[in-house]
Design a protein around this ligand. Structure first.
Ligand SMILES: [Cu+2]
Length: 162
């Protein structure tokens, strides 16, 4: 752990100077994903497993990814096993990571469906304890030679588990 924080501080310093005023903290999930291998996982009980989209059960929660938002029918779920069926209906590739949210700050990705092409889908089988969470897309694309985080473009959505 002791090695992680100097690296993190360096990265945040770099991003801060290059990022617009919309808030460096929005970049945090993507940065932390890169560092994920070094950072201890959240101590809460957690389980995540990615399955092909067609493996979703009938009562899976539909999460639709668009350019650039998450469309979900509900923002509250019961603690325990939840299956999220993530379908990309945008024109760009998207991801669906789940992060915990504490005091408005986003934690490290707990689990994720990586890089889903337009028109594709996948299922994320989770076991979430009660708490505050958010879906975030960790894809960063380039626009006019400037990196643009999909989170920065609005691709995050908070939800509660109780
Ligand atoms: Cu995205």
């Amino acid at each position: 752990m002791s090695r992680v924080f100097p690296i993190l501080a360096t990265n945040l310093g770099t991003v801060r100077t290059g990022a617009p005023a919309s808030g460096w903290f929005l970049w945090l999930p993507a940065l932390l994903l890169l560092l994920g291998a070094c950072v201890e996982r959240s101590p809460v009980l957690f389980h995540g497993e990615v399955l092909p989209g067609d493996a979703a059960s009938a009562d899976a929660v539909d999460v639709v990814g668009t350019d650039f938002a998450f469309d979900v029918q509900h923002d509250r779920f019961e603690a325990g096993r939840i299956e999220f069926l993530f379908a990309n209906r945008g024109q760009e590739p998207h991801e669906m990571a789940i992060v915990s949210v504490e005091d408005g700050r986003y934690g490290i990705p707990l689990t994720e469906i990586e890089f889903i092409s337009p028109g594709e889908s996948a299922t994320l089988r989770t076991n979430l304890p009660a708490g505050s969470y958010a879906f975030v897309c960790l894809v960063i694309t380039e626009d006019h030679h400037r990196p643009q985080s999909h989170v920065e473009l609005g691709m995050f959505r908070e939800f509660e588990v109780q």
